[in-house]
Design a protein around this ligand. Structure first.
Ligand SMILES: CC(C)(COP(=O)(O)OP(=O)(O)OC[C@H]1O[C@@H](n2cnc3c(N)ncnc32)[C@H](O)[C@@H]1OP(=O)(O)O)[C@@H](O)C(=O)NCCC(=O)NCCS
Length: 437
């Protein structure tokens, strides 16, 4: 772990840091919302993460800056490890949360040091992707770029919600007895090639019943059922947002054919939940799905009021390694498109380092790193020159090749064949993530 021969030391969190980190984070996060007082929802979230009862987070998933003279934590972040699936491929990810520095210690590059330590740890642990929602622009300075959509589905005004009707499908609150069935649904929902964040039964139990009621990221998990059979789920906020909106974080159906009926049942349920949460000073106004614009719940639901999609910041320390991990997906996509590469190598240069994609009989056999060309734009051995951030956007299916070519003049392709190959390799990927916090 990195340390600095100065006033501060960067180290992993310890169980004994619990009370201090809870106090620190509650005092620095979301202060405009509390008017400067500690945020009880943040404190409860940190307490839950540090408790030892969380299914995947341990105290040393926090990184802490300690002031040497006092031994006190003065800045911290937490790294929330999770495995996503991208078109069926396991993709280890760290979601970074609770980044905060005590106001008296700001401006000493403590956030920067925490991120440097985090990136070192991710490289050592083989976690290729780091992501954070974060302050606009700030994380660009730490090597992040926007590369995952975050929301974008229309908000549905309360008055436009359907009344419940009896069409066989019901939505009801989940209990821990549903956890195994929900994990089974998660195993199926990435089958269409989407980007998903599956939960196993232990994690579902935690989401359903393991969080303190004040925990900022506690959600209400409900089950889509047909009689006794669990066919999907709907996850919404445990309270109304300012403005009276009820957020939806996830919706899934095990069988795609269920969506039209499921959507009607889900929106009717959400209307009931929104009215239940309403108070005299916070009336229920709308459902706000924090889902992609093309999510089935949005497509089959009532027309709403369009919302601009936001995005997550994403970083990878090694775009060549990321391309190598994607090899099975690339191979499958080229096979599905009936494409075979005619020579033994396809070289993608990322302006510094290059990926050599080796082919046997037209099929991808391996991806190996190599030094980049001095000038990839003119190098005769280079098929494509793609800046690293554009590789990240393509790899996650956030932007298509055509969009990257349009936005990045330094994304260069040698010929039409390369363009056809890379367009088939990197389609837009539906984002169905409900990330783990
Ligand atoms: C954001 C925060 C963690 C930065 O901590 P820090 O240890 O002072 O960070 P660093 O010293 O590494 O970087 C400081 C730089 O970030 C900038 N910065 C800090 N907060 C910022 C904000 N909200 N928006 C834009 N820039 C910001 C500072 O102006 C400074 O810029 P400079 O280098 O040009 O002077 C700290 O201000 C904080 O705790 N804020 C409240 C909690 C929060 O918003 N956390 C982030 C949630 S994603």
């Amino acid at each position: 772990m990195s340390s600095h021969a100065d006033r501060y030391l960067v180290r992993p969190g310890r169980a004994s840091d619990g009370a201090e980190l809870s106090r620190l984070q509650a005092a620095v996060q979301l202060q405009p919302k509390t008017g400067g007082s500690p945020h009880s929802g943040i404190a409860a979230w940190v307490d839950g993460l540090m408790s030892g009862d969380h299914p995947s987070v341990k105290p040393d998933d926090f990184l802490v800056v300690e002031e040497r003279s006092t031994g006190r934590p003065v800045a911290s972040l937490v790294s929330l490890r999770q495995d996503w699936r991208l078109a069926g491929l396991r993709l280890p990810v760290t979601q970074v949360e609770l980044v905060g520095t005590d106001p008296e210690h700001r401006g000493h590059r403590l956030a920067q040091r925490l991120f440097a330590a985090l990136h070192e740890r991710c490289a050592a642990d083989g976690v290729p992707i780091q992501m954070i929602e974060g302050i606009p622009y700030f994380y660009r300075r730490l090597g992040y770029d926007y590369a995952l959509s975050n929301g974008g589905a229309s908000a549905v005004p309360a008055a436009a919600l359907p009344a419940p009707e009896d069409r066989g499908m019901v939505v009801r609150p989940a209990t821990v007895a549903d956890a195994t069935a929900l994990a089974r649904v998660d195993e199926r929902v990435g089958d269409d090639g989407a980007l998903v964040c599956p939960r196993d039964a232990a994690v579902w139990r935690h989401e359903i019943a393991g969080r303190a009621s004040a925990d900022l990221v506690r959600r209400q998990v409900t089950v889509l059922a047909n009689g006794d059979e669990v066919r999907g789920y709907l996850v919404h906020g445990a309270r109304l947002y300012a403005g009276g909106e009820l957020a939806v974080f996830a919706a899934a159906c095990e069988r795609p054919a269920d969506w039209p009926t499921a959507t009607a049942a889900m929106y009717a349920y959400l209307g009931d939940a929104g009215r239940r949460y309403a108070t005299a000073d916070r009336p229920f106004t709308a459902i706000h799905p924090i889902l992609d614009v093309d999510h089935p719940l949005a497509r089959f639901g009532p027309a709403g009021v369009p919302r601009r999609a936001r995005a997550w910041y994403v970083r990878t320390g090694d775009p060549i390694d990321l391309l190598g991990r994607l090899a099975p997906v690339l191979r499958a996509r080229w096979a599905a498109a009936g494409l075979r590469w005619p020579v033994s190598e396809l070289v993608i240069d990322t302006y510094g380092r290059a990926a050599r994609l080796r082919f046997t009989d037209g099929e991808l056999a391996a991806v190996t790193p190599a030094p980049g060309a001095a000038d990839p734009s003119t190098d005769p051995g280079t098929h494509a020159a793609i800046p690293p951030d554009a590789v990240l956007q393509l790899a996650l299916g956030y932007r298509t090749l055509a969009e990257v070519l349009d936005a990045w003049p330094d994304c260069l392709l040698r010929d039409r064949l390369t363009e056809r190959f890379l367009a088939a390799a990197f389609p837009r990927v539906p984002n169905r993530l409900w990330t783990r916090t």
